[in-house]
Design a binder for this molecule. Sequence first.
Ligand code: 6V0
Length: 324
Amino acid sequence: MYEDGEEPKNHVRRISVVGMGRVGTAIANAIARRGTATHLALIDVQPNRAQSEALDLQDTIPFLNPLQLTHSTEISASKGSHIIIITAGARQRPGESRLDLLGRNVSILSSIIPPAVKLSPNAVFLVVSNPCDVLTYVAARLAGEKAAHRVIGSGTNLDSARLVSALSRRADIAAREVNAVIIGEHGDSSVAAWSIATISGLPLRAISTDLETEIIREQLLREVRGAASEIIKYKGYTATGVGESCADLAACILSGSIHVRPVTTRIPGGTFPVITESIYFSMPVRLGGSGDMGILVPKLDERELALLSKSASVLLAAQQDADV
Ligand code: 6V0
């Protein structure tokens, strides 16, 4: 991803967060806490928004790792970034359709991506704004041919973490022992890849036959899919989980070794026999190391392939609607 000699030096890791609402703030806080960046630029078009969050975050630095913080209303503050995280987005207005919202978000991305690519020609772009898969596709189109392969979306990294957590609680085994991914859309048509899930390297049935039953799997998936609305019901928005999930992705991207995470990326047509057209959705992707960000194609069973094909057609229609 970086030209020879241009890898981020160990001591300089520049990350920009564009959009300092609830989610951008949670991401910036998580990055600061983990010490992932040496330089963090906070950007928001609203006057004082990024500044207020930068001032608040500044107070945490004496307790954490050294960090140079900057804030701005201008995208020019992202110059020279290794990672640019996009959480800028419009919220749905009463009576507004998803397509209208998409139109407004496309125009926000149009004002951010082309200048940001010029200012940071080697940056990885991480799109978090929703609808995440469609906006990742839009951002990749706006980034242009040379930079498109460096645009990914946070996709199902958070959904997968929720599945890991639900499985861990059900099996009463530490979450770190659980390996499970959700693929496809970051949304209603997402697909749990049960056939490749393991706990401590063992198939789920070896841990408990319960975990193989339709009824338990449906219950776990309901938990995963309903997580965001459950949180929104009580506090009005979600931020902490997505903040940590994106900080995790940023740490993987800047790592010298390869990590695999489910993120939104371009899946070429024919990758799965049931999906003939190229589409942006989540698959396990290699992050870090030399930075090729290639996908790892899991061997799915017939049922999962059928569900994935359905997820792809939902997204294909949305991505055609958003064509830029
Ligand atoms: P928010 O609190 O309304 O923040 C959005 C921010 O974007 C505001 O501060 C705006 O001023 C700012 N903004 C708008 N246009 C621009 C621009 N051109 N340049 C810079 N900043 C701009 O929203 P919140 O933070 O709650 O959510 C942000 C986005 O994340 C939304 O699209 C959510 O739907 C999405 N989420 C994605 C998740 C995921 O897992 N991918 C999870 C939760 C939310």
